[in-house]
Write a new protein. Structure first.
Ligand code: NAD
Length: 503
């Protein structure tokens, strides 16, 4: 088969797949084999215009649906997703590389938000104050914004879009999703499901592409808001550009999550948690643990326990009959970048306890694999410590005290997630109060909040003031009006009064 015979992954306009006008494409790989398996359309200006027109048509119909009708579409979508999620998991594994059970976990966490969104009438009803002043009632309405843009990263091609679109749609908006061009197929599978669930055409529109598509959304006056998840430099660019263009914006960025281990912690629990949170999804999670801060004297024992566990990890094709623990990285380029961080750590004086560089899997020699890597005594001045690696590399930093560990966490530029492992309730309570991070685990390594709380970090992990999903999500995707109403009784007409209205 030549490259030209491969399928082209399309946009989704007006309830159907749509080819690209300009013909630009990018390759989509199977990371486990390293082979190009498809090409994805990359939008140009004509596609952006078509996406906007599709979404506008969708909004015009969908925003007129009653609450009860919208709710029945959401319930139907939830049922279809629940019944057919293994199909979606296979797509995620084939394009992202994560193992199938992890892909199912990703979908479950997205489905949680769909389930929350089915209860939207309670969350978007306004308030009513009767007789705020004599004969005057005051009440609020929550209306959809219109067309909203969602721009997502490669590492959660189903879950991250589902952090936003169920709530945006529930509130009556039309969504344009711009998925990652590295694993774009999940967006179309979800589109087909919306169609079957009864969503009007265009209310869920997919615009495939790269920076051109993103910039098109950022600069289109029709797009009312942008929800972005990705790396910090792009999140900052999105935040600044969308805000300059008068849009509502939430832009979630990168991370460098630390796990603080106090000497009284259960070290077997800590070692299990560090391995699960460090190497799950090959470390390509924004909530992955990348640094273990070991408060002495536990570091030697902990490093030994983690090393033992790494030796038992099975790495391979996430779609194999006997499922491995960990799959490949997203691309050869990314694998080389991860590898270069291990070189940097070593050159800066870290001890490479387990070395994943040059890792290969039999029968999958061209796959983008990188072995689980453990670094000890990583200097905090090293770029391997300060920058996000986004791969299966766990760094141990030895500290003398809780205070030294806390100061390190708080001095970092990111503030996405963190965890403390201890049996001391007082220390844990102090930590939750003092740490400058948005999501905290206490003996929990990946503290992704449930759907009815909200997801978001601090500092350079979130630009904007609205987190994803939960109450924040409903506030973000609605615009409030306050109505002050009086039904005039001629006998009480107050006449001319230029003073500021008072009670
Ligand atoms: P990325 O920033 O490269 O890409 C994200 C999106 O932005 C993609 O849709 C991409 O097409 C688009 N994009 C890329 N370059 C662009 C540019 N120059 N201009 C405009 N748009 C551009 O991120 P990624 O590599 O896909 O994802 C990994 C990153 O996402 C990591 O940094 C990870 O920590 C972060 N992430 C954060 C969270 C969170 O909740 N904070 C969740 C998941 C991933």
């Amino acid at each position: 088969m030549t490259d030209n015979d491969l399928p082209v992954i399309a946009h989704w306009f007006d309830g159907a797949p749509a080819g690209s006008a300009g013909g630009r494409t990018a390759p989509v790989y199977n990371p486990a084999t390293g082979a190009v398996q498809a090409h994805v359309a990359l939008a140009d200006e004509a596609d952006i215009a078509a996406a906007l027109a599709s979404a506008q048509r969708g909004f015009d119909v969908w925003s007129g649906f009653s609450i009860a009708k919208r709710q029945s579409v959401l319930f139907a979508f939830r049922e279809l997703l629940n019944a057919r999620k293994t199909e979606l998991a296979a797509i995620l594994t084939a394009e992202h590389g994560k193992v199938l059970s992890d892909a199912m976990g990703e979908i479950a966490r997205g489905q949680e938000v769909v389930e929350l969104a089915t209860g939207f009438p309670h969350l978007i009803k306004g308030a009513y104050s009767e007789n705020a002043s004599t004969g005057v009632d005051v009440y609020s309405l929550k209306q959809p914004l219109g067309i909203v843009g969602v721009i997502s990263p490669f590492n959660f091609p189903a879950m991250v879009p589902m952090w936003f679109f169920p709530i945006a749609l529930a509130a009556g908006n039309a969504v344009i999703l711009k998925p990652s061009e590295k694993d774009p197929s999940a967006s179309l599978w979800l589109a087909q499901l919306w169609k079957e669930a009864g969503l009007p055409d265009g209310a869920y529109t997919v615009l495939q592409g790269d920076k051109v598509a993103v910039d098109g959304l950022l600069h289109s006056p029709e797009v009312q808001s942008i929800s972005f998840v990705g790396s910090t430099p792009i999140a900052q660019y999105i935040y600044e550009t969308a805000a300059k263009n008068g849009k509502r914006v939430q832009a979630l960025g990168g991370a460098k999550n630390h796990m603080l281990v106090l000497p009284d912690a259960d070290l077997d629990l800590v070692a299990d948690s560090a391995v699960n949170a460090g190497f799950g999804a090959a470390g390509e999670r924004c909530m992955a643990v990348s640094v273990v801060l070991a408060v002495e004297p536990v570091a030697d024992e902990l490093v030994a326990k983690v090393t033992e566990r790494i030796a038992k990890l099975r790495i391979g094709n996430g779609a194999a009959d006997v499922e491995p623990d960990m799959g490949p990285l997203i691309s050869g380029q990314h694998r080389d970048k991860v590898s270069s961080y291990v070189d940097i750590a070593e050159a800066d004086g870290a001890r490479v306890v387990v070395d994943g560089r040059g890792y290969t899997v039999d029968g999958h020699e061209d796959g983008f694999f990188f072995g689980p890597t453990l670094l000890d005594a990583v200097p905090t001045s090293s770029r391997a410590y300060t920058e996000e690696i986004f791969g299966p590399v766990l760094s141990v930093v030895r500290v003398a005290s809780y205070d030294e560990g806390l100061a390190l966490i708080n001095s970092g530029e990111f503030g996405n997630g963190t965890a403390i492992f201890t049996n001391d309730g007082g220390a844990a309570r102090r930590f939750q109060n003092e740490v400058q991070v948005g999501m905290i685990g206490i003996n929990v390594p990946i503290p992704v909040p449930v759907a009815y709380h909200s997801f978001g970090g601090w500092k350079k992990s979130l630009f904007g003031d609205a987190k994803a999903y939960g109450v924040h999500g409903f506030d973000f995707f609605t615009r409030e009006k306050a109505v002050t109403s009086r039904w005039l009784d001629p006998a009480t007409h107050g006449g001319i009064n230029l003073g500021f209205p008072q009670n």
